[in-house]
Design a protein around this ligand. Structure first.
Ligand code: 8X3
Length: 254
């Protein structure tokens, strides 16, 4: 008999930020981690780093919005125990009156359809594992709106609703659905992507905030939720820095 494949965790958007940190922590927790992202060079480098450290990891270049590619990816896996739907992000912070519909579409595609694609494609394997976990990285933006946030807030509400509805629909099957909703997290790319490379505007997001969350802080909550005993379903975990009381109430030392 061939040796049983190791417990496998798939992380999307694993090329940087929360995804890369989660891949590291799940590998350290003993999972074989499959790192997916569009940027092959980055996930290859991270997988090589983890492998060199004696951990188990493999890269797979993937665009979560490309359904045939996602299906081919799912078919390539020997097993899947954990899926972390992390790929996502914000584009722009314009008011509803002037927001670009193309930005809204892109955000819906990545944050919602990307999560839908991976979840649909891997649900059979997650169920077959006998103890599967789907993690959806939403955001505090999925739980309350703010000025200039509508496109992103709408998309993250979509991701939240996907998680909530899936949990209802598959109850009785051996798959947990966990939503992690982080607030202000300072990562290398989130704000710069949102403001299309405008470093000054990106820096303003965190200006005067003593300690925004780090990617590792969020990866820590994901890993904690995933490694609870399998009958324990963390439905929703909202995590913010101490300096952020709500989406619009942030303490800044200026
Ligand atoms: C990121 C949180 O406040 O930029 O998911 O919408 S926020």
């Amino acid at each position: 008999m061939p040796p049983k494949a190791p417990r496998t965790a798939v992380v999307t958007g694993a090329s940087s930020g929360i995804g890369a940190a989660t891949a590291r922590q799940l590998a350290t927790a003993g999972y074989h981690v499959v790192l997916t992202a569009r940027r092959k060079d980055r996930i290859e480098a991270l997988a090589a780093e983890l492998t060199a450290a004696g951990l188990s990891a493999a890269p797979y270049a993937l665009d979560v919005t490309d359904r045939p590619a996602v299906d081919a990816f799912a078919a390539s896996l020997d097993r899947c125990d954990v899926l972390v739907n992390n790929a996502g992000g914000a584009l722009g912070a314009d008011p509803v009156a002037t927001g670009d519909p193309a930005d809204w579409r892109t955000m819906y595609e990545v944050n919602v359809i990307g999560t839908l694609n991976l979840t649909q494609a891997l649900l059979p394997a997650l169920t077959a594992s006998g103890d599967g976990t789907v993690v959806v990285l939403s955001s505090t933006a999925g739980h309350g709106t703010y000025e200039g946030g509508a496109g992103y807030v709408a998309a993250k509400n979509g991701a939240r609703v996907l998680a909530e509805t899936l949990r209802l629909e598959i109850v009785g099957q051996p798959v947990r659905v966990i939503e992690i909703a982080p607030g202000m997290v300072k990562t290398e790319e989130f704000a710069t992507t949102r403001f299309r490379g405008d470093q000054e505007r990106a820096a303003k997001v965190y200006e005067g905030v003593a300690e925004p969350l780090s990617a590792d802080d969020v990866a820590d909550t994901i890993t904690w939720a995933v490694t609870r005993p399998s009958h324990v379903n963390i439905d929703l975990l909202v995590v913010r820095p101490r300096a952020q009381a709500s989406n619009t109430k942030v303490h800044r030392e200026l």
